[in-house]
Design a protein around this ligand. Structure first.
Ligand SMILES: [Ca+2]
Length: 248
């Protein structure tokens, strides 16, 4: 038994259709600016679907990426039964495939790979199938492009002060207090030329992007809409809250 790529298409058009059916906030026309949640979905509509992963990674064709994925599916019986990969497989693909490793220039942790898997586990079965894998590659490329725009000297870090610009460009509406919380959690202090600078690395940036999007979606789904308008308020039961936060 081997994994068959032609039976599991992950093409852009199919994914766009998927978004239209299941997550209209990321598909179709430009979403109206929400008073409470900004317009973060537009970033995905405008950028994520334009990405071509195999070309970005300098592969010869989509099949090359598909074969790589298929190799990891075929490695375990559990993977074969689910037609997908697990977080340690994702970790190996990102770290051990030279062209991908070079493209991002970071070491991907198992923890971050688990978060990435959880974010895009659409069916949701705890495994990453080919369309989910392709969606992830497009998200990573879109985030990396954005990150590089702010990493002018290509040091692999962006300045803390630039984080709020990036988040605004994504379309989120974040208060200064929340920004302070984000910086505390996702930045590192680095001494350079006798000065301490607060910097954000690409893997921390990805981790932040994933959670911000997932938690915003989860919260927004539960918004106490009044007269058809979002209120930016909701009520959570303990059980529901745990399900939202512990999955990432
Ligand atoms: Ca899945």
């Amino acid at each position: 038994m081997s994994w068959d790529y032609t039976q599991a298409p992950g093409g852009m058009q199919q994914q766009q259709q998927y978004y239209q059916q299941n997550m209209p906030q990321y598909a179709g026309q430009q979403a109206a600016q929400s008073q409470h949640y900004g317009s973060y979905g537009n970033f995905y509509q405008k950028n994520v679907f334009q990405m071509n992963a195999w070309q970005a990674y300098n592969m010869s064709a989509e099949e090359e990426l598909a074969n790589l994925f298929g190799k990891y599916v075929s490695m375990s019986e559990a993977n074969m039964m689910s037609n997908g990969i697990q977080s340690e497989d994702l970790c190996k693909i990102l770290n051990e495939t030279q062209c991908i490793r070079q493209y991002y220039g970071i070491n991907w942790s198992r923890e971050l790979c688990s978060v990435l898997m959880a974010m895009l586990d659409r069916n949701p079965d705890g495994f990453m199938q080919w369309p989910e894998f392709m969606e992830l590659q497009r998200c990573l490329l879109a985030w990396h492009n954005m990150f590089r725009q702010y990493d002018a000297d290509r040091s692999g870090f962006i300045e803390a002060a630039e984080l709020s610009n990036v988040i605004n460009t994504f379309g989120y509406r974040i208060s200064p207090d929340v920004m302070t919380t984000l910086l505390k959690r996702y930045s590192r202090a680095v001494a350079m030329h006798g000065q301490v600078r607060t910097l954000i690395a690409f893997d921390d940036f990805v981790s932040l992007c994933v959670r911000l999007r997932a938690y915003t979606d989860a919260f927004r789904k539960r918004d106490n809409v009044v007269n058809g308008r979002e209120t930016g308020q909701t009520m959570f039961g303990y059980d529901d809250f745990l399900r939202c936060v512990m999955c990432l």
